[in-house]
Write a protein that binds this ligand. Sequence first.
Ligand code: ADP
Ligand code: MG
Length: 629
Amino acid sequence: MPDIIQLLPDNIANQIAAGEVIQRPASAVKELLENAVDAGATEIRLIVQDAGKALIQVTDNGKGMSETDARMAFERHATSKISNIDDLFRIRTMGFRGEALASIAAVAQVTVKTRRAEDEVGTYIEIDNSVVRKQEPVAMTIGTNVAMKNVFFNVPARRNFLKSNASEMKHIVDEFIRVAMAFPQVFFSLTGNNNQEVFHLERGTLKQRIVQVLGSQYNARLVTVQEQTDYLNIYGFVGKPETAKKTRGDQYFFVNNRFIRSAYLNHAVMSAYQDIIATDSFPAYVLFIDLDPSQIDINVHPTKQEIKFEDEKIVYAFAQAAVKHALAQFSVTPTLEFDLDPDIQQLDALNKPFTEDKQAAASSSELFRNFTQKNQAHFIQPTNKSELKNWKDFYDPAAQQSESPGAPRFESLLDKIKSVDPGDGAMGQRASAIGQPLTWIPEAPLTQLHATYIIASTNRGFILVHQQLAHERVLYDRFNEALKGKAMATQRSLFPATLQLATQDAVLLADLLADLHLLGYEVEPFGKDSFVIQGTPADLPPGNEKLAIESLLEQFKHFSSDPRFSKREKMLRAMAYQRSVKPGRPLSKEEMHDMLSDLFNSPQPNTTANGNPTYIEFKWEYLNNLFNR
Ligand code: ADP
Ligand code: MG
């Protein structure tokens, strides 16, 4: 038998490695923007064509590269940013793994032009599939220009996996915003197809940058967070309670200027808002934590969005305290007290941190003293696992049970009934397997209770129907049919309304137009970030088309990070929820009748798409039992 193991050729090895770093055009955008920032640029321009599939080009006025470095930069593990393992714990730059350019060159056709201040001319290099095709001098201004064309041209499997342009563009905009937000002292622009400038962000303060990016609705609605300790600094802005939205859209955490996702830190901020905003709403925040790089490990994942803190609890405590302090100082919450929970004082983080002097420094800080003056507890720490889990779920949809957004929670009622249920199971879902199937008796009268529940007679007793959840099921089925091709009727508007959206939302809506059309909405793009609403579903009362679309988008975003659902599924659920009759709405006899007959025509009448019960069944045996009959 011949030997069978062989080394992979470089370009194949690079292509495989590239998979981790460059998953989609947006990953290349992130890497190239970060390289420009690391090069000290003050002006960074991004041009994308065909949502990055055809071209991603970043031009900066940073320090440039020498002729040799320009070529070296494309080797795997080539970096100017660290040279030994200790440097890894002193990282102040965005990059350090030396993988980005090598990965980009492995999966695309790349050209680079670069020139340093001390050089007369610059260098031009052309590489594709990891092979240098051309290198020659070029006349140019100081800085670097990297263009990446036809991403994945040589990896068709990956190219085929790319999503629609609208959806890839949304990822690009997200990455662009994360970098632009962290560096307000740098000018950024983003130009899309047909030379359309999507973002033009002048240099300015952090606050100006936030308002430029997230929208002027935040003007005068941001509270400054600013705390300095020897261990870490926290600064940035949090939204006043009235800016809290039903979706987690505008929440950004940066650690040493790097955008990160952290359910744990998110929980710290959310708990500072406890009692001042509704439990199912989300405040905006843009917070920066700066701390000694040796206290964090950003090497956890190639895209560096996850980091580990040496001491998570102390970061949590300070983040929460800083936000509480800010909210209180600006009299947003005049009654807040500044007390550090005695439990927290017992934490290892505060008692035996990193070094003795660091601990001394941390606990003598202004902030810490403020929070330890009194001894009562107002400081919530997620020691309670289940509480933390809820926050984690937003990030870890796999752990998330399906639930209907915003719908009243049913569990408590369900649990009560379970606990009094003498055993045979009063609930339709459990009981329907036994005996005859449940049928609704359409001739019997219907009663609405508290404008929320409907009582309906069945062959085995009665059911208590939750009007909103039942309606969600009915609408979900109806819209599902529509998306399969039975388009819904549209009512053309006499006075088409125009809709002006934030750029992120506009990108999202653009992606939904085709499906919206099937559902009876005729919405057309109308210049930058604007749309005209030409028509709405015929069964929708006219008058608040704009509001309907806006709240649909909000609702859609609820699901938008959930990888379990396709775009259509998210849209279906969002639309069913949004159009459903909410508790508190009185229903006529006909409306109730129609709803129930639609419900019992559904292939799955007893739950919503999200898995909530639409009704609860009370069987004769059970009722009789309660009365000792
Ligand atoms: P990393 O950023 O992790 O070092 P990259 O592959 O992104 O790795 O870049 C490799 C090297 O190329 C960088 O360390 C830097 O020296 C150089 N480089 C990349 N982009 C630029 C740029 N826009 N301006 C100047 N130098 C750059
Ligand atoms: Mg880099």
